[in-house]
Design a protein around this ligand. Structure first.
Ligand code: BYC
Length: 322
C-alpha cells in the first residue's frame, strides 16, 4: 500500500466518521467501512426475509377469514408485508449484494429471519395476536430504525412503520371484537395471547449482555436503543392495552418497579429462542420448504421476464445499428 492510498483511506474514514457524528445520512455513493456495509447487509436482508417469511402464518387464514371484510383486510396486510420485503431487498441491493444472492441465502437455510415466524397459527385469534403483539413489537423496534444512519434503510423504514401501525390496530381490533363476543371467543383470544406473548418479547433479540452486534451497530447509529431497552418500551405499551382489551398477559411476575423505573418480569426462556435460531422451532422446516417451493414455482416467471428483457435489448440494439 502506498503512502497516497493510506492518506486517501484515512480521509475517507474521517469523512464517514464525520457523517455519523453529525447524525447525517450515509448514502450508497459514499465510502463506508467494509464492516459497516456487511452489518447493514446482514440486518437489512434478515429483515427483508422476515417480511417475506412473515406472510406465511397469516396467509394461512386468508381463505378462512370469518367475513369478506376480514378477508379483504388480511389480504391487504399480507400484501403490505410483501411490499416491505421488496423495499428492504432494494435497500440491501444498494450495498452491493444481489436479490438472487439474498434469496439463495434464505432458501439454502444460511440466512436468519425473525424467530417469531416459526410458530403455528391454529386459530383466527392468532391473526389478532400477531397484529397486536408481533406488529406492536415490530413498531417499537422499527420506529428508531427510521433514523438509521444508512439513508436507503431509514427511508424504507418510514413507509414501513406507517403501514405497521395500521397493522397493529387491525390486530387489536380483531382481539377487541373477540373479547366482546362469546365465552368461547374470549377463550380463543386469551389462548392466542398466551401463545404469542413470550415469542413477541424474544423478537427484540438476546439480552444486552448476550448481544454481540449491539455495541458496534449503536456506535454506527444503525441501532438507537438496546434490545432490552426496546423490550421495556414494548411492555410499557402492552400493559394498558391488555387492560383495555380485557386479556391477561401470561406472566404473574410482571410489574412496574417504581424505584428502578423498569418492568420486572419472569426470565425469558432463551433456550426456546436458541432452538428456533438453530432451525428446530415448530414451523422452521415448513416455512423454508414453502419458500423453496414458491421459488421453484416462480421459475417460469423469472425466465419469461429475462427473455423479455433480452428481446427488448436486442430490438434496441438493432434500432441503434440501423
Ligand atoms: N430472530 O447481536 P444481536 C415484521 C440474531 S418482520 C432471529 O442482538 P442485532 C413483520 C441476530 O440476527 C420483523 N434472529 O443482533 C413481518 C444475531 O445473529 P447474526 C423483523 C435474531 O442485529 C410480517 C444474533 O441473534 N424485524 O415486523 O444487533 C408480519 C445476536 O443478536 C433475533 C427486524 O428484522 C430474532 N428475533 O439485533 C408481521 C428488525 N434477534 O446475524 C410483522 C431489524 C436476534 O449475528 N433488525 N437475532 O448471525 C434488528 O433490529 C436487529 O437485527 C435485531 C437483532 C434487534 C433483530
Amino acid at each position: 500500500m502506498t503512502a497516497d492510498t493510506v492518506t486517501a483511506d484515512a480521509e475517507q474514514q474521517a469523512h464517514f466518521d464525520d457523517l455519523i457524528a453529525a447524525d447525517s445520512r450515509v448514502e450508497p455513493r459514499d465510502w463506508m467501512p467494509e464492516a459497516y456495509r456487511k452489518t447493514l447487509i446482514r440486518q437489512i436482508s434478515q429483515h427483508a426475509h422476515s417480511e417475506i417469511i412473515g406472510m406465511q402464518p397469516e396467509g394461512n387464514w386468508i381463505t378462512r377469514a370469518p367475513s369478506l371484510k376480514r378477508k379483504a383486510i388480511l389480504l391487504a396486510k399480507v400484501q403490505d408485508e410483501a411490499g416491505h420485503g421488496l423495499y428492504l431487498y432494494s435497500a440491501a441491493q444498494t450495498l452491493g449484494i444481489t436479490r438472487d444472492e439474498m434469496t439463495h441465502q434464505l432458501i439454502d437455510g444460511k440466512a436468519k429471519y425473525s424467530s417469531i415466524f416459526n410458530y403455528p397459527t391454529p386459530t383466527w385469534a392468532d391473526m389478532g395476536a400477531i397484529g397486536w403483539l408481533v406488529d406492536g413489537a415490530a413498531i417499537c423496534n422499527q420506529v428508531p430504525l427510521c433514523r438509521a444512519s444508512y439513508g436507503p434503510y431509514g427511508r424504507a423504514m418510514v413507509r414501513i412503520c406507517k403501514e405497521e401501525s395500521f397493522h397493529q390496530r387491525q390486530g387489536f381490533e380483531i382481539l377487541l371484537t373477540l373479547m366482546q363476543g362469546t365465552d368461547a371467543q374470549r377463550a380463543m383470544a386469551q389462548d392466542a395471547v398466551d401463545r404469542w406473548y413470550w415469542p413477541s418479547l424474544m423478537m427484540f433479540g438476546p439480552p444486552d449482555d448476550a448481544s454481540p452486534n449491539s455495541a458496534r451497530s449503536t456506535a454506527w447509529k444503525i441501532k438507537r436503543f438496546s434490545n432490552d431497552e426496546l423490550r421495556q418500551r414494548f411492555l410499557g405499551m402492552l400493559v394498558p392495552q391488555a387492560e383495555a382489551l380485557g386479556v391477561t398477559l401470561p406472566d404473574p411476575e410482571l410489574h412496574w418497579d417504581e424505584d428502578a423505573q423498569r418492568w420486572r418480569m419472569t426470565e425469558i426462556d432463551w433456550s426456546e429462542f436458541h432452538e428456533i435460531l438453530a432451525g428446530r422451532g415448530p414451523m422452521n422446516a415448513v416455512r423454508l420448504q414453502n419458500r423453496r417451493d414458491a421459488h421453484e414455482d416462480g421459475a417460469w416467471v423469472r425466465e419469461a421476464a429475462a427473455e423479455y428483457a433480452r428481446k427488448q435489448a436486442a430490438t434496441a440494439e438493432n434500432r441503434e445499428a440501423a
